[in-house]
Design a binder for this molecule. Structure first.
Ligand code: ADP
Length: 270
């Protein structure tokens, strides 16, 4: 985006000519867009959990509360508070991305147990979906990575797979590795993504504009954060999808170039 305006050129108070000034305001325009997206997302996404927490605490404060329902109310308050905390953390992550202050604590990391445990956690928390994990490697592969960020990446992808598969189905996580690269995929049989939306999917605040996605709700930040994390680890993230059939997210990362004994030494040292 270019703004232009005309300025007079004056020397000793005498007008000597005019100057055409062109200013590239792409960055400002992008910031304005992000700010207005932020305001509308915040008002929309904060309202639902807040009103639910408010409503359930009101019920709990009522002297005539039915004690048998107390547990259920508390569970809702707890999960809605968690949702708010996640939302705030996502906003903070995006702010760090914008200001270039996101940092990674990279250490040697065995990817397999991390993926397996996260998958098992999701499998245990749903009865609607079948969630499986497969790896073609006996041990490893090892990568040089920030463990918390890798968990966040996995959580975002699995969370979406569950969220956008309202009719259930299988969600499959597969880990493979060759000499230099590690690859893992998250495949679901959910609502899928229109071909025209694929190119914009990893942009901040982007959400597919159809009734299904709108009903499900979200901020459009999860995948932007995933991309930032993957690229912060010199990798790439790809998506392929067929509407009403399902989606496939692929993460490729460089494999750590160290023998296993060297890896254990590095762990001992840290
Ligand atoms: P959010 O889920 O909070 O809207 P994301 O950045 O995680 O934000 O995802 C962006 C958009 O991509 C979603 O709004 C949704 O339209 C689409 N999307 C992401 N993952 C999936 C998936 N597994 N299946 C179908 N659509 C998806």
């Amino acid at each position: 985006f270019i703004h232009f305006y005309v300025e007079p050129i004056e020397i000793d108070g005498m007008r000597k000519g005019t100057m055409l000034v062109l200013r590239d305001v792409t960055k400002e325009t992008e910031m304005d867009r992000l700010k207005s997206e932020l305001v509308s997302t915040v008002s929309h996404e904060l309202r639902t959990p807040l009103s639910s927490i408010y409503g359930f605490t009101e019920l709990m404060l009522n002297r005539d509360i039915d004690l048998s329902k107390q547990d259920r109310y508390l569970k809702t308050i707890h999960s809605e508070t968690e949702r708010l905390a996640n939302l705030v953390n996502d906003f903070l992550d995006v702010q760090r991305m914008e200001s270039g202050t996101q940092s990674y604590q990279k250490r040697p990391l065995d990817l397999r147990p991390l993926l397996e445990e996260t998958t098992q956690f999701y499998a245990a928390s749903t009865t609607k979906h079948t969630i499986t994990f497969r790896s073609f490697n006996e041990t490893g592969p090892w990568i040089e990575a920030d463990e918390e960020k890798m968990k966040q990446l996995m959580n975002n992808l699995l969370n979406n797979a569950v969220k956008y598969s309202p009719s259930g189905g299988t969600i499959e996580v597969v880990l493979t590795a060759d000499q230099h690269h590690v690859q893992f995929t998250v495949r679901d049989e959910g609502i899928g993504i229109p071909k025209t939306a694929l190119a914009k999917l990893f942009e901040k605040f982007y959400r597919v504009d159809n009734s299904d996605s709108r009903k499900i709700g979200g901020t459009g930040l999860g995948l932007a954060i995933c991309k930032e994390i993957v690229e912060g680890h010199d990798g790439e993230i790809l998506v392929d999808s067929v509407e009403r059939k399902g989606s496939l997210f692929t993460v490729k990362l460089p494999q750590m170039v160290t023998s296993h004994s060297a890896v254990s030494e590095m762990i001992d040292m840290s």
